[in-house]
Design a protein around this ligand. Structure first.
Ligand SMILES: *[C@@H]1O[C@H](CO)[C@@H](O)[C@H](O)[C@H]1NC(C)=O
Length: 206
């Protein structure tokens, strides 16, 4: 028997994607309320409407199809990018740190190497150690194009956190989020939890 695509994709998830009722733009805006609009003059900013197609495409690309996985990745990216207002680290303005996930330069190099259309431009680099700021920023510039910028969260979760963390997120989002943040190297504080709670609500997981 041939299962409908959505059902096949979500087998193994604790809850089904069909349980959510909001549009992609509504989901992003609910998780990242500031993304309803962008400040004039901030060229890095993207609204929920602009970001949503790239975000959901990247979740499919990296095979994160369970609502718990999607909610966690979007919550992290929304928090880190200040509701998708920034693609580059603002405070303290660390060279090479960025994307919606606001990941460190070493991960941006690895991410760049994983992208077919970009990897030739970083083929001469094996590590970010000792690179000048200009070179760290050159690598970052390669991955802040929208298609890549909004895919870093899904890439990171699916490649840097082992198999257990994505699995746990699919069945127990609260415990999974603790492990996910440990993998990212941060602790779950009040403001991160607020993003998680909004994400759970947006995906009908709360
Ligand atoms: C690596 O190659 C790029 C061109 O693809 C060049 O702009 C960059 O300066 C090179 N980096 C180093 C450290 O050699």
């Amino acid at each position: 028997m041939k299962l409908p695509t959505i059902a096949a994709l979500t087998l193994g998830c604790a809850s089904l994607a069909s349980a959510w009722t909001h549009s992609p733009t509504q989901i992003i805006e609910e998780i990242a309320p500031g993304s309803a609009s962008c400040d004039q003059g901030n060229a890095e900013c993207r609204t929920a409407k602009q970001a949503a197609p790239f975000i959901f495409k990247s979740l499919r690309r990296y095979n994160l199809n369970c609502p718990g996985q999607m909610a966690a990745v979007i919550a992290l990216m929304a928090f880190e990018s200040v509701d998708f207002a920034y693609k580059r680290n603002q405070y303290p303005g660390r060279p090479g740190q960025g994307t919606a996930n606001m990941q460190m330069a070493e991960f941006n190099l690895e991410y760049a190497k994983s992208i077919d259309d970009v990897k030739d431009k970083v083929a001469n680099l094996t590590s970010v150690d000792g690179l000048p700021d200009s070179e760290l920023n050159r690598v970052l510039d390669l991955v802040v194009e929208d298609d890549y910028n909004f895919g870093s969260g899904a890439w990171f979760l699916s490649t840097q956190c082992g198999k257990e963390v994505p699995q746990k997120l699919s069945s127990d989002i609260d415990a999974g989020f603790e492990d996910y943040m440990a993998c990212v190297g941060v602790t779950v504080d009040k403001s991160r939890l607020e993003y998680l709670e909004r994400a759970k609500s947006a995906f009908n997981l709360a």
